[in-house]
Write a protein that binds this ligand. Sequence first.
Ligand code: CP
Ligand code: NVA
Length: 305
Amino acid sequence: MKRDLITLLDYSSAEVVGLIDSADKLKKQKGKLRTDLKGKSVALVFQKPSNRTRVSFEVGVHQLGGHCLYLGSDEINLGKRESTYDVAKTLSRYVHCIVARVFDNKDIVELAQYADVPVINALCDLYHPCQALADIQTIREQFGKFKGLTLAYVGDGNNVFHSLMIACAKVGINVRFAGPRGYDPNAWIVEEAKKIAKKNNCTIELGRDAKEAVKGAHVIYSDVWVSMGQEKETAQRVKEFKGYQINEDLVKTAHKDYIFMHCLPAHRGLEVTAGIIDGKHSVVFDQAENRLHAQKAVLLKLLAK
Ligand code: CP
Ligand code: NVA
């Protein structure tokens, strides 16, 4: 049976750790050309712009010996030019895997349901699993472990936070969230993550106070206040998220060896100051690099014989 990656909720803790172990091994190979995906094609169906996700998938598939096709929103206008069902069925006759970045989670779930080949979620409104895998790979690289660490996420309870919270729960990292009222993470996803966290002896805590969240934290994480597709809400969001900037004052009480993480793209002066994102605790480009290794690990798991 084919396997998809829509959300890390569908993967066991052992599988998540296995992917990170594989990503670490691939990283050590430094992009050496392999033949695992020889003769295989991967379609990248993107309804939104991308730098990291698109480039790391294209380069990753190439390094594994396969071939990629990028299909932007002008080519495959998912659900508008033709139905998601027809797109899924047609692409399945040409390619061996579909990587899709969509607006609505429903669209990626439908793609996976109808496609005869593995579907990988390259970001939707609810999840960004490939990002979360690269994130926890980066965390283990920095601290040499998962267990006993605390991650503080400050800002919007969005797609990136959902997947990060699930990934942390799977591997035993404590999570503290702080954000303004009205921007909490999805309650159902929080409940699912809490159940997983309990099994792995870690905690998920939600609050409003950024200072409380950051106190003693090993990892401080932020994402944009305005996600793709929310541009009309920019003025309102910038106002409401004002107290949730990662800045020099906020990080004072963090663990002395804390790392700063951000999935990028970032906005210096909004969710994070330039001093922090460009400072010595920042690992944002390691995170970006690890997208390549983590996604190659996913491609090997789902596609290689
Ligand atoms: N972090 C991330 O997914 O970046 P892109 O939107 O540039 O792919
Ligand atoms: N939350 C952001 C992440 C971008 C990688 C967005 O959805 O736009």
